[in-house]
Structure formats: structure tokens, C-alpha cells
Design a protein. Structure first.
Length: 216
């Protein structure tokens, strides 16, 4: 009995160590992600951090029931946006886990990949049946923002942004827009694509085009 007791004690201690290590690694992932975002986008607010994180966890903001409407919106965006105002990147991972990628319309405007390719990848990503629940996302976000609180970043409008996000989640919703400051400074024009689809169908095309540019 005594030996069994000590074995259980050792197992319990080991599990506690594993859980603490996992929590520590998760906190480091969040801190690293937020710091990278601040370096890349100095004018961002908590709203913009949140948006990238929920995109990574939940995917696109809505199911796509009308493909033509989505195409019309993309057509308009392409016709009213100049390459000069777009960010230098063709894609960037969302959140801490990179389950989804933001794919810039810059790739279309430069002729690297077609509008139909991005549209199709976006629609399939948006219509995935694996979308998590809002409650599970809310729990995850509150753990993440607790770590962000500890960082003491002094982001503009921080407390108001926290309360706004909480009010959205309390209504059973999760999607929000980028902050005005972010939109004005960085002109985000992209579509969200699931990682597997992106890595199989879009990333190789971009890499090939970039390699060709380097050779030239």
C-alpha cells in the first residue's frame, strides 16, 4: 500500500510538472506572438491582436453561402487598391498556432496566382465543418489576454478594447474588424486560408515566383 501511495504521488507530481511546463510554453508562445506583431505593426491595438488570434482558432469569419457575392467583393477590392499601399508580404500566419494564413491580394495584383485560386481556397477554408464553438474560443482568449495583461504593454485604448471584446463574446459572437488605426496605417487586404490548403496550393506558387525574382 505504501509503495502504491508513493507511486501515485510520483505520478501526480509528474503530471503537475507537465501541466506547468505546458502552461509556461503557451504563455511564451503568446508573448512571442504579441511582440512580433508589435514590431511588425507598431500602431496596432488589442483589437488587432485579438483578430489575428481568433482567425487562427476559428478561421474565416463567416460561412460562404454566396460565392458570387464573395467574388464581387474581391473584384471591388482589387480594383480600388494599389500595390503601393499593400504590405510587403504575400502571406503571414495567424495567431500562435498558424492554423490559418492571411494571403494578401498583392499576389493577384502581381500576377503570381489567380483570383480564382485564392477565392476557391478561401471559400473551402471558410466552409470547413471543423469550426470550434464560440465558448471554447472565449475560454482560450481569456487565458491569452491574461498573459497579455502581465506584459504591461501600454497598448492604446487597451481597457476599452478588452471590454468591447468581452461584450462581443458575451453575445455569443466572436468576429470583429481591425482597428481604424491599423486599417489606416497598414491597409489590410487579404483572405484567410486554412494551413493545409495554403501549403499545398498557394505557398509553392509564391515560393517559385520569389525564387524566380531572386534569380533575375
Amino acid at each position: 500500500m505504501i509503495m502504491k501511495y508513493f507511486r501515485l504521488m510520483k505520478i501526480g507530481l509528474l503530471m503537475s510538472i507537465i501541466m506547468l511546463t505546458s502552461m509556461s510554453m503557451a504563455a511564451q508562445d503568446i508573448k512571442g506572438f504579441v511582440c512580433r506583431q508589435m514590431q511588425e505593426y507598431p500602431k496596432l491595438r488589442l483589437l488587432d491582436v485579438y483578430k489575428s488570434c481568433f482567425q487562427d482558432y476559428m478561421g474565416a469569419e463567416h460561412l460562404v453561402r454566396d460565392r458570387q457575392m464573395v467574388k464581387d467583393y474581391l473584384d471591388e477590392e482589387l480594383s480600388t487598391t494599389s500595390i503601393d499601399e499593400l504590405q510587403a508580404w504575400y502571406y503571414e500566419p495567424c495567431g500562435t498556432d498558424s492554423c490559418y494564413y492571411r494571403v494578401s491580394i498583392k499576389g493577384i495584383k502581381e500576377g503570381i496566382f489567380t483570383e480564382d485560386l485564392l477565392l476557391d481556397a478561401f471559400v473551402r477554408s471558410a466552409n470547413t465543418e471543423k469550426r470550434p464553438s464560440v465558448d471554447s474560443w472565449s475560454d482560450r482568449w481569456h487565458k491569452m489576454v491574461a498573459t497579455i495583461d502581465e506584459m504591461g504593454l501600454n497598448l492604446p485604448n487597451y481597457e476599452n478594447d478588452k471590454h468591447f471584446i468581452d461584450s462581443v463574446l458575451a453575445e455569443g459572437k466572436y468576429a470583429i474588424s481591425h482597428s481604424k488605426e491599423y486599417r489606416d496605417a497598414y491597409h489590410p487586404h487579404y483572405r484567410i486560408v486554412e494551413r493545409g490548403i495554403f501549403e499545398r496550393e498557394i505557398k509553392p506558387i509564391i515560393q517559385k515566383a520569389m525564387a524566380s525574382k531572386r534569380i533575375q
